[in-house]
Design a binder for this molecule. Structure first.
Ligand SMILES: [Zn+2]
Length: 374
């Protein structure tokens, strides 16, 4: 059954909090909608934080022509949602996520078949297979058309992988849409962990330190002690020198050191991250690189400039941003990307973004995001 406007506002807001809590999206990536009637839906706005969103921020959009009322701009993926409601009359709630394991699995470019003996409960929720759509740049007609093609061609499927981006989960209602997202993540996690079961993950043994900048100095907490350093100083040693270099070659105000298992495992390979996910290239930068713990100032400079993360071989990664929130978002996405890259090594012909596409998305993101922060 379609939702009343009041119910839709409540249900979508609940869903926003739930997606953030469950780690299915970071910041404002992803979007959520509810059907109001045969011709109207309500959807999350473009570029607003989910944790502070209010009922009045949600936008009513015409499913047929995409028109909307009021001054708040609806999500740029409104066309994807509108097409799904038009093509699937039984669908009343949609969540578009950037969930970790489903995103990782999407790089294979293959549809996932659901065998009953494999996970009958997931097959009941998701339908006989999970189609993978053709890649399109976020917000474009190409993305909209490719998802619509997938949805209309697979009428029994409830979840769709949007390669190098995320997933679209269709539900009879809000509860069912989450069942779909959760079942999809469970299936994808099983596939990825099975593929990676033989790899050895290095132990977390080293602390690279976290720091906060204030003007020309920064305060570094490393191995439980606090010290002060000068931005760009060539006189510092060890990890303090890396922090000084990051502040010297970026606009960062916060640097975190992250050691989760996906980052440790990929960083041990000592190579650059290819561009396999679009939110990765937007927020972390194109070609996040790796250094040894004794890298020289010149090597550091070349691998910091233009990015928001740096892998430390076999140990972890430095992630930085304008504030702590920014740095955390970089860390979350870097972890997802490292997992994706390890899975990509196990499939033949994994998908990747072209260098042009990756650079263009990074530039557009930086321009739009800096406007939003002002
Ligand atoms: Zn998205």
């Amino acid at each position: 059954m379609a939702y009343t406007e009041l119910e839709a506002r409540q249900r979508i807001l609940e869903a926003c909090h739930r997606l953030v809590e469950n780690g299915l999206i970071a910041r404002t990536w992803g979007n959520i909608s509810a059907r109001l009637s045969d011709t109207e839906m309500m959807i999350t706005p473009s570029g607003r934080a989910y944790d502070t969103m209010k009922p009045q921020d949600l936008v009513v959009v015409n499913i047929v022509d995409g028109s909307y009322t009021g001054d708040i701009k609806p999500s740029s993926e409104k066309g994807v949602h509108a097409d799904a409601y038009r093509l699937r009359p039984e669908v009343n709630f949609i969540v578009h996520t950037h969930q970790m394991y489903a995103t990782a699995v999407g790089v294979s470019g293959q549809d996932l078949c659901m065998y009953d003996k494999y996970d009958p409960e997931a097959a009941r929720v998701l339908g006989p297979w999970i189609p993978t759509t053709v890649y399109g740049t976020p917000g474009t007609q190409k993305l909209r058309d490719s998802v619509a093609h997938g949805v209309s061609g697979n009428p029994r499927s409830k979840a769709f992988l949007m390669p190098m981006h995320g997933a679209l989960c269709l539900g009879r209602d809000q509860e069912n849409a989450f069942e779909v997202a959760d079942a999809l993540e469970r299936v994808a996690e099983h596939i990825v962990t099975t593929a990676l079961s033989d790899t050895v993950v290095p132990e977390a043994t080293v602390d690279g330190g976290c720091s906060v900048r204030s003007g020309n100095i920064f305060r570094l907490t490393l191995d439980g002690t606090e010290r002060i350093g000068a931005v760009g100083s060539g006189r510092l040693h060890g990890f303090a020198a890396v922090h000084a270099a990051i502040y010297g070659h970026s606009k960062a105000n916060t640097i975190l050191f992250v050691t989760d298992e996906h980052i440790r495992a990929f960083s041990a390979e000592g190579r650059k991250l290819p561009s396999r996910i679009d939110d990765q290239v937007q927020i972390a930068g194109v070609g996040v690189d790796s250094v040894n713990t004794d890298a020289s100032a010149a090597v550091l400079a070349g691998r910091i400039t233009g990015r928001n993360a740096l892998l430390l071989r076999g140990v972890g990664a430095f992630c930085w941003g304008k504030d702590e929130d920014d740095a955390h978002a970089v860390a979350m996405i870097l972890s997802k990307t490292c997992l994706t890259e390890r899975y990509a090594e196990t499939v033949s012909k994994p998908l990747a973004l072209s260098r042009f596409e990756a650079l263009a998305q990074r530039v557009v993101y930086l321009t739009q995001y800096s406007k939003q922060k002002k």
